[in-house]
Design a protein around this ligand. Structure first.
Ligand code: URA
Length: 239
């Protein structure tokens, strides 16, 4: 049970003051009756709350998948630059959204945006070793020794030891395309791991986090809510 004004602002982009005003002037009904008391308590899962004739969808938490383009900051808010949360459609925006796990500004691909702090914390916890899969284009061919060092778990230039990672060359050539799976999430990890074996990453895209795979139908900058199956798989993976 929660106060009516609190329910409204948790499920919309309204501030508490705006929600209170709408309630006071009679634009909110509960189970078909106008309710002008912002302080009355309701269970939003059990009562039909309607604002200006539109039924309030009720979800405890939201989970969106975004195909992040390069050039966008992977944070909730920034005073000067667009962020991944700004790319969500209007109806998805609500308070408390943040990206679960960072990508660099110049990295593309899968970002999970949620307001479920406990879930994000569990998913990102180093203890859970959720695999993250990336595609990278390198500035030079990957030697066998470099690939072996990568698989053994490279030591970064500052001495940080990494867990063993998987690397597969998908397209050979002067600037090969490789797929990498890592089981941790250190700062700039992929770029630093390749730097440690003498390669520079010229393009980077995340394509999966655990069982959650970037939807190929999403163009860069597009997003969609996770399906029930996706939610189930990723929510259960954290344990
Ligand atoms: N590793 C990186 O170097 N950059 C990212 O954005 C993600 C992983």
């Amino acid at each position: 049970m929660d106060r009516l004004d609190k329910i409204l602002c948790s499920q919309t982009t309204l501030t508490r003051t705006e929600a209170g005003r709408l309630i006071k002037i009679g634009r909110v009904t509960v189970d078909g009756k106008v309710c002008k008391q912002a302080s009355t308590k309701w269970d939003p899962a059990a009562h039909e709350i309607v604002v200006d004739g539109k039924r309030l969808g009720y979800a405890q938490n939201v989970y969106w998948m975004l195909n992040k383009p390069a050039g966008i900051l992977c944070v909730s808010r920034d005073p000067k630059q667009p962020t991944v949360v700004d790319l969500l459609p209007e109806e998805a925006r609500r308070k408390g959204l943040f990206p679960a796990g960072r990508l660099d500004k110049d990295t593309h691909g899968l970002v999970l945006i949620t307001d479920d702090g406990a879930f994000a914390h569990a998913m990102l916890s180093p203890r859970h070793h959720i695999p993250k899969t990336y595609r990278a284009v390198l500035d030079k061919p990957l030697s066998d020794e470099a690939a072996d060092a990568f698989r053994a778990g490279p030591t970064l230039e500052d001495g940080t030891e990494c867990l063993p990672a998987e690397v597969t060359v998908l397209e050979e050539g002067d600037t090969p395309l490789v797929e990498v799976v890592i089981y941790e999430g250190k700062f700039h990890q992929i770029k630093r791991m390749f730097a440690a074996v003498g390669c520079h990453v010229v393009w980077l895209k995340r394509i999966a986090m655990g069982g959650l795979v970037l939807d190929e139908q999403l163009a860069e900058g597009e997003s969609r809510p996770l399906t029930e199956d996706e939610k189930y798989s990723i929510l259960n993976e954290k344990h």
